[in-house]
Design a protein around this ligand. Structure first.
Ligand SMILES: Cc1ncc(COP(=O)(O)O)c(C=O)c1O
Length: 385
């Protein structure tokens, strides 16, 4: 709980609000924030240390605020990962994709502007909206968590948002967005108008691809559509598959026009020289950093199959189809807080998130998943007794 004295002039709309964030607890099995559980290899750590050592004597100077070398590394990575050839001025980095999103809201949201999301989805979006005085509206997903494209297109026409946010794969459900559906949304955005903006202005479609490296092989990424769609912005991160959450590096791929809008609102020198050096070093080890992604995908499939064999009150557990590194499961838990606490007592931290009755577990190492399975069997037996 915060300790904010009533005498402080906190903005009226923030009174009573709490800082956002999943619990950070010191427990043996942390499966609650969708990280890659595998630590960087010693060779990667050495490269990071070397790069940071190299720039240390320049730390009296501000960093390259355009972070050109890092943007080149994003370009090389995206070409390899998704086959998209993007120029440096079509890429932009920030302190996590959280900061990318905030910058997008700062550039395109604001008083009188609306952002549209499709729930259930990532719980930070309403916070960026609140912080930038943007109105947050929702078009609900289907019961199986796939995007309801007709409903979303209708909402784009009616609501006239400045920004439409689609998460693919979605958090907390893991649901990917089909390319044909994405193209329909783009077509809707390219003709829709924006409340509070002059005629001829169209919504920006933001695709949040934080988990995209975990998609099934062969599935295209939204970054391949950027050249043809000036209103498409794709947010990416090094925090998830790339196993670099602690360094705080996210990036944006979009047409140069969108990047230039974001450059207006960024803080001067927002990306420290240390962050830039560490990220460039990590990209030199892309193979090592991504080496566990295929295994994590297999873990997801095996865990989904195992969860579907478990029962709660006589019914098999439901598991949402996921192309990410986490699974939303349960569907009918009427006491998920108790399940959460009992798992925690057994050293396993997962997340109470998403619609009522569901919980989310992130894929850990083989040992961590074994402990999760063991603990869940015990807890389900206990809560049913
Ligand atoms: C959908 C989604 N987008 C963005 C983020 C932010 O990630 P980061 O700021 O670490 O890049 C997260 C983190 O959990 C996420 O789930």
């Amino acid at each position: 709980m915060s300790a904010i004295p009533a005498s402080l002039p906190l903005r009226n709309d923030l009174i009573g609000e709490e800082p956002y964030g999943a619990p950070q607890l010191d427990v043996p099995v942390c499966l609650n924030v969708n990280e890659n559980p595998y630590a960087p290899e010693p060779a990667v750590c050495d490269s990071i240390a070397r790069r940071v050592r190299e720039i240390a004597p320049t730390l009296n100077r501000y960093p390259d605020r355009e972070h050109i070398e890092l943007r080149r590394a994003f370009s090389t990575y995206l070409e390899r990962e998704s086959g998209a050839k993007l120029d440096v001025d079509e890429l932009w980095g920030a302190n996590g994709s959280n900061e990318i999103m905030l910058q997008l809201f700062q550039a395109f949201g604001g008083p009188g502007r609306i952002a549209l999301g499709c729930d259930p989805t990532y719980s930070m979006y309403p916070e960026y909206a609140r912080d930038t005085f943007t109105e947050w509206r929702l078009a609900h997903r289907n019961p199986d968590f796939t995007l309801n494209v007709e409903r979303t297109v209708e909402a784009i026409r009616e609501v006239k948002p400045a920004m439409v946010l689609i998460t693919s794969p979605n958090n907390p459900t893991g649901t990917p967005l089909d390319m044909a559906d994405l193209e329909r949304l783009l077509a809707a955005c390219e003709t829709a108008s924006v409340a509070g903006a002059p005629e001829g202005v169209h919504p920006v479609l933001v695709v949040d691809e934080a988990y995209v490296e975990f998609r099934n092989p062969g599935t295209p990424s939204a970054v391949t559509l950027i050249k043809d769609h000036p209103n498409l912005a794709v947010s990416r991160t090094m925090s998830k598959a790339f196993a670099f959450a602690g360094a705080r590096v996210g990036y944006l791929a979009a047409n140069r026009g969108i990047i230039d809008c974001v450059r207006i609102v960024r803080m001067p020198y927002h990306l420290s020289a240390v962050t830039q050096a560490a990220a460039i070093a990590a990209f030199e080890h892309t193979d090592e950093q991504l080496s566990r992604v295929a295994h994590l995908r297999e873990t997801r499939e095996a865990t989904a199959a195992w969860l579907r064999e478990q029962t709660y009150k006589g019914e098999p557990l439901k598991v949402a189809e996921s192309e990410s590194n986490f699974l939303l499961f349960g569907g009918s838990f009427d006491d998920r807080d108790r399940i959460f606490k009992e798992l925690l007592k057994r050293g396993v931290l997962i997340r109470v998130v998403g619609p009522d009755g569901w919980m989310r577990v992130c894929m850990g190492t083989d040992e961590e998943m074994a402990r999760f399975r063991e603990a869940l069997v015990e807890v389900l037996r206990l809560v049913e007794a």
